[in-house]
Design a binder for this molecule. Structure first.
Ligand code: BT5
Length: 329
């Protein structure tokens, strides 16, 4: 309904729209229209009202509607089909549903806000309205299922390069797939897969990039460890950032399909901020310290310890700087 109301204002192009007319056309009460307009105001839209003429839209926030995205998108595959929500539970959940129903490869699900956005192990991920890019990409690669984990590394490369393009060359990848700027997390990613023994049915790459969250708006638990474009001094256009990320991700995906993952892993190494550092590896009940020296051909992190090289699989493992407190479980 709100989108239909907005459509009137877009068409009026800055001119007045009569509330009475909208209520007649859409067959809802004037009070209902007024309530929707109030919600839009809370979401950053600015209206001017006149008792005689109705409402006039003065400012619309940078939203990620399909029309807005398509106006700046230059990809061939990713984002050519867009499913858009103002608010949803989780774009990964929506993407899984439509992938199971046969949604085509490259489809993206985008939401201005997620009510139950989540990370690994059901940890919640903070995704407030229009203050980040919260989206999921559906891929149907011809790789073997055992290669799927490398798609996560590929996604990290694409997102990191997109962020560089929009003015933050300091962004780097923390293994396996967080993106940090000046030591703080700006991006979280969650990939999920459905496959048989020999064939991948679909992979969902769920990506959350903080754009307009102010430092004091982050929940207290991770205020010290999170950042956004705005915090780093950049008022980024979300649609341009999304278009850049999709273009870079598409380029890496093509590379992986034509030349295999070796080149993608090379790119990942160049963007890594984990390699060469002392890290603490935390499993459920144990932890140890070592130096992250490389990733192997399967994307596992190689950590040099006194006992020799440990091969660390992504999953329920946390990598922390050695001097950070050990989280209680
Ligand atoms: C992740 O999990 O970082 C993966 C997050 C994936 C989110 C995207 S948004 C679109 C799609 N739909 C979804 O439902 N999910 C994906 P993990 O590595 O488990 O890290 C979670 C931890 O990051 C939390 O426990 C917090 O400490 C921290 N965190 C939560 N929200 C954050 C935010 N917006 N920015 C930085 N850190 C955050």
């Amino acid at each position: 309904m709100r989108n239909e109301i907005l459509e009137y204002f877009r068409k009026a192009n800055g001119g007045y729209v009569s509330g009475e007319q909208i209520s007649k056309d859409l067959k809802v009460s004037r009070t209902a229209i007024w309530k929707h307009i109030n919600v839009l105001k809370e979401r950053g839209y600015i209206f001017e009202s006149s008792t005689r003429k109705g409402y006039r839209l003065i400012y619309a926030p940078d939203l990620l509607t399909p029309l807005e995205i398509e106006s700046v998108l230059h990809t061939e595959l990713l984002g050519r089909h867009i499913v858009y929500y103002e608010s949803t539970t989780s774009t990964n959940e929506e993407a899984k549903k439509i992938a199971m129903q046969g949604a085509e490869e490259g489809t993206i699900v985008v939401a201005e806000e997620q009510v139950t956005g989540h990370g690994r192990l059901s940890r919640s991920f903070y995704t407030p309205f229009a203050k980040g890019i919260w989206f999921s990409v559906i891929l149907r690669p011809k790789f073997f299922p055992m290669e799927a984990s490398k798609c996560t590394l590929m996604a990290a490369v694409g997102v990191c390069r997109g962020i560089h393009r929009l003015g933050l060359p300091a962004a780097g990848i923390k293994w396996p797939n967080d993106i940090l700027v000046n030591g703080k997390k700006m991006v979280g990613m969650l990939s999920e897969m459905s496959s048989s023994m020999e064939k991948i049915d679909y992979i969902i790459l769920g990506i959350g990039i903080n754009t307009g969250i102010k430092e004091n708006e982050f929940p207290e638990e991770f205020r010290e460890t999170a950042t956004s474009f705005l915090n780093e001094g950049i008022n980024v256009s979300r649609k341009n950032l999304l278009a850049a990320v999709l273009a870079e991700l598409e380029a890496e995906y093509k590379l992986a399909q034509t030349e295999g993952f070796e080149r993608v892993l090379e790119d990942w190494r160049k963007l890594s901020i984990t390699l060469g550092k002392e890290v603490r590896v935390i499993y459920s009940n144990e932890n140890y310290i070592g130096k992250a020296v490389d990733i192997d051909k399967d994307g596992c992190l190689l950590v040099e310890t006194k006992e020799g090289i440990q091969r660390v699989l992504a999953g329920d493992v946390s990598i922390r700087p050695v001097d950070a407190p050990i989280p209680q479980r």
